[in-house]
Write a protein that binds this ligand. Structure first.
Ligand code: PLP
Length: 373
């Protein structure tokens, strides 16, 4: 089935009560039992499961081609539960430029708790080979990465990880399953901040994990999801489910605009570098071409000068809002080094752009004016 169709089909909600086409929001926390104590609809208590969450989880699993989807209160909550499913003494490898919150969880929470970890540049397999240990349980990849849009060869990473029995998880937030299917490329788990493209309108915080198979790790994560309860509310699930219906249409249009904007920026004299996997000059352009169906709507630009010049450009833009986050219908720009703090390795003159649904001519005009003070 075509992805556009699958997105609609997998989010279709059959309302037995009233035949509503748009799903109702089930605000109940608890469910009536039958006389014999059984659960007629399978629902017991909302932390365990509820109809809105079940609908999102099934759709997410269908879109990523996995056996099991699980929704969480945020992308970080999803990451947290995956790390919690490991045991003290286990070793984790995380991409060197993964979303800063991922290594922050390892450094501040799970290191002291007993996980061992290394940050590795996974765009080079030799680095991974050298870092793998017999105790490595998890390799955490993010491609394209945040904020430098480095692309990692998922097949190469998963093959190496398998050789020591480690699972590979791919943070697929930026690409979305519309552009990249990590499970089909050998990964065991996909992680999402569904706050971004799935929600699509900058109005819902949530996350997800999708497992290719119902492994022991998947079962343990499922248990932690219902025990810990870091789950999205029925309304948040409803918003994500609605977002999924237009995911392909939005990402397709945003990607086309991002490609045009990237080309415009590469030719601008006030620009030092543009990071976008769709540019033939991108160091992993060929890998991106092989494992993605298109290159996505995120790009980074390094302006001539330093942090002051970069922040000035962000401030002069009129259509593009200076704010954190990404994946919404409105274009956003952010100076990542300021957000990431003193340990940031992001170049000080770098601005990250999330291209929205504005007409690309208007976006290009906005950048033209902002780049020449
Ligand atoms: C936003 C983001 C996260 C964290 O997700 P939250 O929903 O904010 O907790 C993780 N990874 C990537 C790539 C992100 O963009």
């Amino acid at each position: 089935m075509n992805f556009d169709t699958l997105a609609l089909w997998s989010t279709h909600f059959k309302d037995e009560n009233a035949g509503a086409v748009a799903p109702p929001i089930y605000l109940t926390t608890t469910y009536e039992k039958a006389a014999d104590g059984s659960l007629p609809h399978g629902f017991l208590y909302s932390r365990m499961n509820n109809p809105n969450r079940e609908a999102v989880e099934k759709s997410l699993a269908a879109l990523e081609g996995g056996a099991l989807g699980m929704a969480f209160a945020s992308g970080q909550a999803a990451a947290m539960v995956l790390f919690q499913a490991l045991r003290p003494g286990d070793h984790v490898i995380v991409a060197d430029d993964a979303y800063y919150g991922t290594p922050a969880l390892l450094e501040e929470v799970f290191g002291p708790w007993g996980l061992l970890f290394d940050r590795v540049d996974l765009t080079n397999s030799d680095n991974l080979k050298a870092a793998l240990r017999s105790t490595t349980r998890l390799v955490w990849v993010e491609t394209p990465s945040n904020p430098l849009l480095k692309v990692t060869d998922l097949r190469a990473v998963t093959e190496l990880a398998k050789s020591v029995g480690a699972a590979t998880v791919c943070d697929n937030t930026w690409a979305t399953p519309f552009l990249q299917k990590p499970l089909a490329l050998g990964c065991d788990v996909v992680m999402h901040s569904t706050t971004k493209y799935f929600g699509g309108h900058s109005d819902v915080l949530s996350g997800a994990l999708i497992f290719k198979e119902e492994t022991e790790l998947a079962q343990r994560v499922k248990r932690l999801q219902v025990l810990g309860g870091a789950v999205p509310s029925p309304f948040e699930c409803w918003l994500v489910l609605r977002g999924i219906k237009t995911l392909a249409t939005r990402v397709r249009a945003q990607t086309a605009s991002a490609a045009q904007l990237a080309r415009f920026l590469t030719e601008h004299p006030a620009v030092e570098a543009v990071h976008y996997p769709g540019l033939p000059t991108h160091p992993q352009h060929e890998i991106a071409k092989a494992q993605m169906t298109d290159f996505g709507a995120m790009l980074s630009v390094q302006v001539r000068g330093g942090a002051v010049e970069a922040l000035a450009v962000a401030g002069r833009l009129k259509l593009v809002t200076h704010a954190t986050s990404l994946g919404g219908v409105e274009s956003l720009i952010e100076h990542r080094a300021s957000v990431e703090g003193p340990n940031s390795t992001t170049p000080p003159n770098l601005l990250r752009v999330s291209v929205g649904l504005e007409a690309v001519e208007d976006l290009i005009e906005d950048f033209k004016e902002a780049l020449q003070p």
